[in-house]
Design a binder for this molecule. Structure first.
Ligand code: ZN
Length: 42
């Protein structure tokens, strides 16, 4: 599986990624984008 944040597209090896489900699909999100998801972004 490719390690890539579905929000920002980051693929850095030194960044922590978390598994999540978005629109019914399992995806990875980096910790930098996590606050954006939590707070709703936009
Ligand atoms: Zn990200």
């Amino acid at each position: 599986m490719e390690t890539k944040c579905f929000v920002c597209g980051r693929t850095d090896k030194d960044v922590v990624y978390l598994n999540c489900v978005h629109q019914g699909q399992g995806k990875l999100v980096c910790v930098r984008c996590l606050p954006v998801l939590i707070h709703g972004g936009h």
